[in-house]
Each structure stands twice: as C-alpha cells, then as structure tokens.
Write a protein that binds this ligand. Structure first.
Ligand code: CMP
Length: 583
C-alpha cells in the first residue's frame, strides 16, 4: 500500500465484519451485539486470517464509550442522580464490596496470590456502561425509574473505579506486585495519593458543575443562531470529546466520566434534544467498535486451558452479582420487579474490568491468563445478558401472576417506588420549565404574549424580535436593584417577578414590562425587581428602547401612562397595579 492505512483498514474491517456478523446474529434470533463480538474475535490475533490493530481498535472503542456516556448525560440530570442516590450509592458500594470479596475468595481457592485475586475480584465487580445502556435502550427502559436506578448505580460504580484505578499503583507493591518508576506514586505515601485523587475528582466535579452550565449552553445557543447544522453538530462533538479528553488529562478522571458530566451540563439546555439527535448516529457507529475491540482481545484457548476458572468467574458474574444486587435493592424496600431489573442490568462486566485487569497484569499482580479469563467472562456474560433479561421477565411475570406473592413483593413495596417516580417526574418538570425559560420568541409568539405590540406590522415585529435579548432569570434572582443606573427595559415573556418598593410588593406576570420608569425619567431605578420562578425576559437596551418609542408613538403613550401610574402609586404608597400584597 502506498502509505500507512492501518487506521482505515481497522475501521473498514470492523464496520464490514460487524455488519455481516451482526446481521447474521439477528437472522438467527440473537442480539446483533453478539455478532459484533464474534466479528472482533474473527479479526483478532488469536484466529487465523486478517489481524487488525488492537491498539487502534481500542482507541476507537474509547470514542464509542465517550459518545455513549455523553448521550446518557444528555438524558440525565443532576436531579435524577440525586433522586436515586439512596439506592445507587449503597447499592453500588455494597455490590462492589461483596462481589470483590467473592471474586477474591474464588481466585484464592484456585491458588492465586491475594493481590492477583483481589484485582480479579475488583474487575468482576463492575458492570459495563455500554452493555447496560444497550440493554435498557432495547427495552425502552432508560427513562423508567428502574432504568434510572441502574444508570445511577453505574455512575457510582464508575466513580469508585476511577478511585480504584488511581489507587492500584499505590497498593500494587504492598500486594506483592512490581511497579516501574513511571507509575510509582513516589515517596508521598498512600494517604497523600488518596487525598490528591479525591481532591482532583472533587475539583473536576466543581469545575464542571459551576463553570459548565454558564458556558456550554450559551455556546450552543450562539451556534444555533448561526443556522448552520454542520457547525451545530461539530460544536456538540467538540464538547463531548474535548471535555472527555480534557478532564482525563487535567483531573485524571476517566474519559467516560468526563463525557457523562459534559452531557449532564448540556441536558439543562433547551437544545439538548437537538444535540442528542445530532450525535446519535456517531454514537451508534462507535459503540459497535467497542464490542468489536472486546472481541479482538479475546483468546479462545483460555476456554480449554482454564475451563473451571472461566466457569466460576461466569457464575460469579451472572449469579453471584445478581443475587447481591437483588438482596440490596430488596433490603432498601423496593419492589421485586425493580430489584430484578437492576440485577439483570448489572449481571455483566465490560470496559472497566479490562482496564483494571490489564493494569493488574502490567504490575505483575495478575497472571497473564487473568486478563484472558476476565475477557472470557466479559464476552460470555455480555452474550448471555439478553437471556438473563428474558429470565428476569419470566420471573416478574410469575410473581405478578400469584396474588399473594405479588402483594408481598410488589404492592406492599410500591410506595417507595412511587415516591421515587414522583421525584423523578418533578425533576423532569423543573428541567422543562427551565429549558422553556431559555427559549426566545418567534414574531408570532411575541404578539400572542404582548398584546401591546399587536398594532405592529409583520415586518416590524420581526425587527423587534431581533432587538430583544432573551434574558433568563432563576427563582430568587435580583434583576433590578433600587438606586442602580438603568440600562434596559424588560418584557416578561414567561414566569413571574416581584417588584418591591418601600416595603410594598407587586407581582407582574407574562405580557407585562418593568424597568421603563428610570429609562423614561433618566433617574435611577425606583424599585427592586426579583424573579419568583424560572422567568424568560426580553430585554431592550436603552438605545433600542428610545428608538422604538420614537417610531411608535401609540405604544410610547401607553408605556408612559403606565409609568406615571406606577410612580404615583409608589409616591402614595398604595394602589392597585397587578396583584398587590402587603409586605
Ligand atoms: P425602574 O424604576 O426603571 O426600575 C424598577 C421598576 O419597577 C420600575 O422601573 C417599574 O417598571 C417597576 N415598578 C415600580 N413601581 C411599580 C409599581 N407600583 N407597580 C408595578 N411596577 C412598578
């Protein structure tokens, strides 16, 4: 070949083989995902024929994970995460603890060292985000409370694994492994390393949650205004991949976590649906590469050499972990259907497991076969996952068909589930309200909301919409402060504000305006104005307002009259304007 085309060859082979095997799998009634894994095995180094570049495939798969987690973030909000925290945190930590202990025990029975057994146990304790999401998507369950629980649970697991990955080098020598200079933690000791890691993760979350909401939705809105679809898609991709990479480089968190938080931040924007739709095709394509790259690493020989070990590992993933998850969710008082769904969703292992096992091998904690065993466990558990779900569906149907069983395990526990559902619903509504407050008006809507402008021609309305600056305000936000210099007048498009002057309070709602008095008189602001709910204001700058009044004398007269009424009322200290309430 004329020049190096390894990357293209890898992508081409992955897509073509994944498509062929995925299609075949579908024909014989298996999920396409099994076909992707087989495609990977076919192009891996352990089977004859074409061998693709595993390193490149791994990196491409990483992009798949980034886009996928970004997508989850887009459909997830912080409020969701908080709503499920009382299941997700104890669930994830409990499961990691118990599953690690079980895995360690099993490996030690097979004569492995404690360090190696521990790494194996840890690898088996975390589930794969990619697999979980695919399963939930196939069942249309991402947005259901059970789906939210499973995703929240996984986020906690991911966070815990970030810690585990950073701490492994620090513990490796203690556990009998060997760490080269590049990975050594230095002489600072464990507490220091732990402290630095926690501080970095905390700094990362603080930066993303504080800076992100101020900057990212704003950028997206500016790009949306250009009207270029291409630029919009590009900006979404740039944010997803850029933030994932940047947060990994700066804060040492995983790509997946960085991308997830980028998505969460953007989910607060009203453009999030468009962002999700634009990144979906790429997400799908790269997620396929994830499965192909898993298949490529797999050495089928391990099935012959270590059949018992593989079987035990698989049993632990499918049965051990499921029972632990089931027990935890039931103990927390949720209905059995939620518990079963969560345990099925988590009865597999994936990306974090390979990374951990790979690291274990490089520190000489885990024997080389350890990685193969983990891979075998992943491959088999991922393939069998649809079956596990089918089994769970059967179990749920069985319970529901027995009135006494259903009463004890479902209905009696429904209250807690309903509460969670209500909380998730409230979070969703709040988000929608907030997103609506960010939307700017069309000329048509302008007149509908502001009868004041009904005398304008279509063209004049268009020009006015253009001059208005959308200005969202959050509940409690002070928009105008008494005594400040005036720079703009505000029209309320949605939401409610409260004017407070000399201890009296007046509420103003959609269609009304405020901030005109100081602009007309040239004096300072006469009152405090505070948003009462998520409010969308349209601001007109002083200059535009003056030009506007000159052009439309009728509207000017109306506004001047209102201003005079208001100032008289304020001087008198009483009078009806809006819904007045004594302070
Ligand atoms: P301005 O003085 O520019 O800033 C504060 C605004 O509060 C003021 O303009 C009016 O728009 C508004 N405001 C003041 N008094 C009243 C009132 N009595 N009723 C309604 N709005 C008022």
């Amino acid at each position: 070949m004329p020049h190096d085309v390894t990357l293209i060859a890898t992508i081409a082979a992955s897509f073509v083989l994944a498509f062929v095997f995925g299609f075949l799998a579908n024909r014989v009634g298996l999920p396409p995902l099994v076909g992707y894994l087989v495609a990977g095995v076919a192009m891996g180094p352990f089977t004859p024929g074409f061998v693709a570049d595993a390193g490149l495939a791994g990196q491409l798969a990483e992009i798949g994970v980034i886009l996928l987690m970004f997508g989850v973030g887009l459909h997830f909000s912080l409020a969701d995460l908080l709503a499920v925290r009382w299941v997700a945190i104890p669930g994830a930590l409990g499961q990691i603890g118990i599953a690690t202990a079980m895995g360690t025990g099993v490996a030690m029975l097979f004569g492995w060292s404690f360090g190696g057994s521990l790494v194996l146990g840890l690898s088996l304790s975390v589930a794969s985000t990619v697999v979980l999401l695919r399963a939930l998507e196939d069942r249309n369950a991402v947005a259901t409370p059970s789906g939210r629980i499973a995703v929240g649970w996984l986020i906690v697991e991911d966070l815990a694994m970030v810690l585990a990955l950073v701490l492994l080098p620090a513990f490796a020598e203690l556990l009998g492994g060997r760490v080269d200079a590049a990975h050594a933690t230095g002489d600072h000791g464990l507490a220091f390393t732990l402290g630095v890691t926690l501080a970095k993760v905390a700094a990362f979350i603080a930066v993303v949650m504080i800076v992100g909401p101020r900057v990212l939705p704003w950028i997206l809105r500016q790009v949306a205004r250009t009207g270029s679809r291409e630029l919009f898609t590009l900006s979404v991709l740039a944010m997803a991949v850029g933030i994932a990479f940047g947060s990994a480089a700066l804060f040492g968190v995983s790509f997946a976590l960085g991308a997830f938080f980028a998505g969460v931040v953007l989910s607060e924007s009203d453009l999030s649906h468009r962002a999700a739709a634009n990144s979906l095709p790429l997400q799908d394509a790269f997620a396929v590469l994830f499965f192909v790259s898993v298949g490529m690493l797999f050495d089928p020989n391990v099935l012959v050499q270590e059949p018992w070990m593989v079987a035990s590992v698989l049993g632990l993933i499918l049965i051990g972990k499921s029972l632990v998850a089931l027990a935890i969710v039931l103990l927390l008082g949720y209905p059995i259907s939620a518990a079963l769904t969560a345990s099925a969703a988590l009865a597999q292992i994936g990306e974090f497991s390979f990374i951990l096992a790979g690291l274990g091998v490089s520190y000489q904690l885990l024997p080389a076969t350890g990685l193969s065993i983990v891979l075998a466990g992943a491959l088999l558990s991922i393939t069998l996952n649809p079956l596990v779900f089918a089994l769970v569906d059967g179990l749920i149907a069985f319970v529901r068909s027995r009135p006494r069983l259903a009463g004890r395990l479902e209905q009696a526990r429904a209250a807690r589930f309903d509460r969670l559902e209500a909380e998730l619903e409230r979070a969703r509504q709040k988000l929608e309200e907030k997103a609506a407050a960010h939307r700017s008006l069309s000329p048509q809507e302008l007149v509908e909301r502001f009868p004041l402008f009904s005398g304008l021609s279509a063209e004049q309305r268009e020009a006015l919409v253009f001059q208005f600056h959308p200005r969202p305000a959050e509940p409690g936000e002070r928009i105008i402060r008494t005594g400040d210099k005036a720079d703009a007048v505000y029209f309320i498009s949605s939401g409610e504000v409260e004017v407070s002057v000399k201890g009296r309070r007046v509420r103003l709602g959609p269609g009304d305006f405020f901030g005109e008095m100081a602009l007309l008189s040239g004096e300072r602001r006469s009152a405090d104005v505070t948003a009462l709910s998520y409010t969308q204001l349209l601001a007109l700058t002083q200059r535009d307002f003056r030009a506007f009044l000159r052009r439309f004398p009728d509207i000017r007269q109306h506004i001047v009259e209102r201003a005079n009424q208001r100032s008289e009322m304020d001087r008198a200290g009483a009078g009806p304007d809006g819904a007045e309430q004594p302070a």
